[in-house]
Design a protein around this ligand. Structure first.
Ligand code: SF4
Length: 262
């Protein structure tokens, strides 16, 4: 029951049953609290489903171990090119050019035949997500996405996890609210605290990212490209604080953005 006396659990189960009926659902799984709850609701609903995890290569090892242990039936979707390979030929990921989400998270699952897909997306997560609606049809792909826990609040997830005695990654007890990619442009914010926290826990990912950025910076410079900052370190310092940090000098950057947004 939520604060208003509505049975959100039963409502979500009804939603799953009504949306999928006898069809087998593709269920996107991240190993996080939203996914854990959504998977359990599917189990309770009796609707058939297959679990899919998109491996990015930036995943926290603790989460991978958790999934392998508690969800051995989960299928791992591997990208055609790793994040590191892509980083060597692209621009650094940013909030405007989030190529990594597309390449690593979305593309590997596109060829699977499931037309109906469920995900643990919630309106509360961001104002952008709250505008999605609970069911979305993507015409180009002919896929429909369903979000069974769209209206759930975070405390309701934890209450459900506690009541159902579900396991969850230890990272939540160690101060990590989000357990997705270790190095991510979404972690950039004006104090740099979030990146600092992740770096402290997983320094090797940051070493590799910084090496990748440095190699890419000098490669582009040797190709005659005009960079916005004078050194890769200056760029990194800016990127950690702001995921829109400039990479190329303004004129090239504008063209690159246009190319990627087309
Ligand atoms: S690093 Fe961030 S933006 Fe890139 S794939 Fe991971 S979650 Fe998406």
């Amino acid at each position: 029951m939520d604060l208003f006396g509505n049975d959100i659990v039963q409502e979500s189960i009804d939603f799953i049953q009504k949306s999928f009926g006898n069809e087998t659902a593709f269920l996107g799984f991240s190993g996080g609290k939203d996914s854990i709850v959504t998977e359990h609701l599917f189990k309770m609903s009796g609707v058939k489903y297959e679990l899919y995890y998109s491996f990015t290569g930036l995943d926290a090892p603790q989460v991978i171990r958790f999934i392998r242990k508690h969800y051995p039936h989960c299928n791992f979707l591997m990208p055609l090119r790793t994040f590191w390979k892509n980083l060597s030929t692209h621009v650094p990921p940013s909030n405007r050019l989030r190529w990594c989400c597309g390449y690593l998270k979305k593309m590997p699952g596109l060829k699977l035949p499931h037309k109906k897909r469920a995900m643990g997306i919630r309106a509360e997560e961001s104002s952008k997500r709250s505008k999605y609606g609970r069911v979305n049809y993507f015409e180009k792909l002919d896929h429909t996405h369903y979000y069974p826990i769209f209206h759930w609040q975070e405390w309701e997830l934890w209450e459900f996890i506690r009541k159902q005695n579900l396991s969850y990654p230890i990272l939540y007890n160690q101060g990590f609210d989000r357990i997705g990619c270790v190095v991510c442009p979404y972690h950039s914010e004006p104090t740099g605290t979030l990146h600092h926290k992740y770096r402290k826990r997983w320094p090797k990912f940051f070493d590799r990212f910084e090496k990748g950025i440095s190699d890419l910076f000098y490669k582009r410079q040797s190709q005659g490209k005009e960079m916005f900052y004078e050194t890769p370190q200056q760029f990194l310092d800016a990127w950690y604080l702001n995921n829109s940090a400039r990479w190329y000098a303004p004129s090239i950057q504008e063209k690159q953005t246009e190319k990627c947004l087309i």
